[in-house]
Design a protein around this ligand. Structure first.
Ligand code: ATP
Length: 250
């Protein structure tokens, strides 16, 4: 007899969000496994960011969200974060006028030993550039800093929203490397439109369309089916996995 499947780390059921009278999420349901990368996919404006904000309590929502066996549906954002969900928002949220070291220090949580060794091991550039104002970092380096901040604490899940948005292709490859390495430490829910990156780093796909989940399954099963990929995501070219090129950062 085979063992029962492991309970999901995050279980989202029938999530609804209304913003300014618009029914943005119309019953979103999906699960996130307790390992690897689960990708949240979909065309522009379908509700991906709203979904992660609803999970984090950043927008009013109804439905049921269970994290690590605990119902967090009615919890405020700070309580959800303190359970061990780290969030890297789309705009990265780094403080441009503060140095890299100051940005990291601000992320330290009381009562926890900050994991600088892990962060500097994964992103040596952050150690080298500790005294540099974050606003003068490249887009890719700022993304590493944003991810480094949530890795500093013992999170059980990282939610990373479009980390490659607006980045040059060679920097995208660096961010892909970073996400892959991070996922060895902690499970990741990744919102991403770059399907080559998704193919490379993610195991599971959750596809949102018009405020609903329209597909879940293995990433490769979806992306190897060009017709289905086009139907769900409006694109079909997903090969050419990102690889880390030689050379420095942009
Ligand atoms: N604060 C807001 N006020 C009004 N409409 C909003 C607000 N936030 C989101 N929306 C609308 O909700 C819908 C879903 O937005 P959301 O940002 O969740 O989509 P997305 O899938 O993350 O898109 P993208 O890939 O472009 O980031 C969009 O139509 C958007 O215009």
């Amino acid at each position: 007899m085979s063992a029962a499947p492991a309970a999901p780390l995050l279980d989202v059921a029938d999530l609804h969000v209304w913003i300014e009278g618009s029914h943005i999420l119309q019953g979103v349901s999906f699960t996130v496994a307790d390992h690897g990368v689960t990708s949240l996919l979909g065309r522009n404006g379908v509700g991906k960011t709203t979904t992660v904000k609803a999970v984090l309590g950043l927008v009013p929502r109804t439905g049921r969200t269970v994290f690590a066996g605990r119902d967090i549906t009615a919890d405020p954002t700070h309580a959800i974060a303190s359970l061990g969900i780290g969030y890297v928002p789309e705009d990265r949220g780094v403080f441009a006028g503060l140095t890299v070291a100051e940005n990291l220090r601000l992320a330290e949580r009381r009562g926890q030993t900050p994991r600088y060794e892990l962060v500097h091991d994964l992103f040596p550039e952050l150690a080298k550039r500790a005294a540099q104002p974050a606003g003068t970092l490249s887009g890719g380096q700022q993304q590493m800093l944003a991810i480094g901040r949530v890795l500093l604490n013992e999170n059980r899940l990282l939610i990373v929203d479009e980390p490659t948005k607006g980045l040059a292709p060679r920097v995208v490859a660096e961010v892909a490397d970073a996400v892959a390495r991070v996922a060895e430490e902690v499970p990741v829910l990744l919102v991403e439109q770059n399907l080559a990156l998704v193919r490379r780093v993610a195991g599971q796909a959750v596809v949102v369309d018009a405020g609903r989940v329209v597909h879940t399954g293995a990433v490769l099963d979806l992306l190897d089916d060009a017709e289905r990929t086009r139907e769900l995501l409006g694109v079909s070219r997903t090969s050419a996995p990102a690889t880390h090129p030689q050379g420095g950062t942009a």
